[in-house]
Design a protein around this ligand. Structure first.
Ligand code: SAH
Length: 248
């Protein structure tokens, strides 16, 4: 059993409307051995309904971290997953919960992992989904695909537990890679720098920059960048910035 893996997983509930779902999610987490609950601007928390639905998992609620934004919730994470009940316009790497658990447990990922769960009425926004390396879809009946929020947390947490239970911990997980993986905040700063610099050299159509940036974000999400690779990209943009300053 790899409890250390479960300890590194953050369950992030974004703008939850019904406090009962927060309690239900906390209970599902504790049943499966997860502890880190992050709440992005919940409508009502703490709340009696959450406490009641959590049953004996009130310790998970007590330890919940309430944050003002998704960025704050995923700060420091090496891997970010977004859950979605339906297809999105721009296809993104998408896996079922079992395959996601295997990704999360892969020996390349050593830091924290965040799994984002959306609003009861409209899920996660496209912007939020684009912050994710990978999307998780629970394969449901396509005619009725949306699970209750706490039920979705339950399925994801169960698959993580099954993975952790079966895992034989490798003795030397570090072998073979020279730099640690970049965390989500470093990658976000790289994207912002890239978007600013590409704007300055007029690479993107100012009328419609979004598609290109979305595609670049998706491309960089497909490879797991290490810290040195992010530094190299930042170095390239810095050089272009300096060059532009000279020619201004
Ligand atoms: N109408 C919303 C459904 C939101 S359900 C929508 O179309 O997106 C609330 C949350 O539960 C979702 O944001 C997601 O986090 C989770 N969820 C529900 N059904 C899911 C499924 N089939 N696969 C993955 N996550 C699901």
């Amino acid at each position: 059993m790899n409890q250390a893996l479960l300890d590194r997983v953050r369950i992030v509930l974004v703008n939850t409307s019904h406090p009962g779902n927060i309690g239900g999610a906390a209970r599902a987490m504790k049943n499966m051995g997860l502890t880190q609950l992050y709440l992005v601007e919940p409508r009502s928390f703490p709340d009696e309904e959450a406490t009641w639905r959590a049953s004996n998992a009130t310790d998970v609620l007590d330890g919940a971290v309430v944050v003002p934004s998704v960025e704050a919730a995923i700060e420091g994470c090496e891997l970010v997953l977004g859950t979605s009940a339906r297809e999105r316009r721009i296809p993104w790497p998408l896996k079922d919960p079992r395959a996601c658990a295997a990704e999360i447990g892969s020996s390349q990922i050593k830091g924290d992992i965040a799994i984002l769960f959306g609003r009861e009425d409209r899920g996660l926004t496209n912007e939020e989904l684009q912050m994710c390396h990978l999307h998780m879809h629970i394969p449901t009946n396509p005619e009725y695909s949306s699970l209750n929020l706490a039920a979705a947390v339950q399925v994801a947490a169960y698959e993580l537990r099954m993975f952790a239970l079966n895992e034989v911990i490798e003795v030397n997980e570090d072998a073979g890679w020279d730099f640690p993986l970049a965390n989500a905040a470093d990658i976000e700063r790289m994207h912002q720098h890239m978007e600013a610099t590409l704007g300055r050299i007029k690479f993107v159509d100012p009328q419609n920059p979004k598609q290109v940036f979305t595609r670049l974000r998706r491309m960089f999400a497909r490879i797991r960048m290490d810290q040195m690779e992010v530094n190299i990209m930042r170095g390239v943009f810095n050089k272009i910035d300096r060059f532009l300053e000279k020619t201004d």
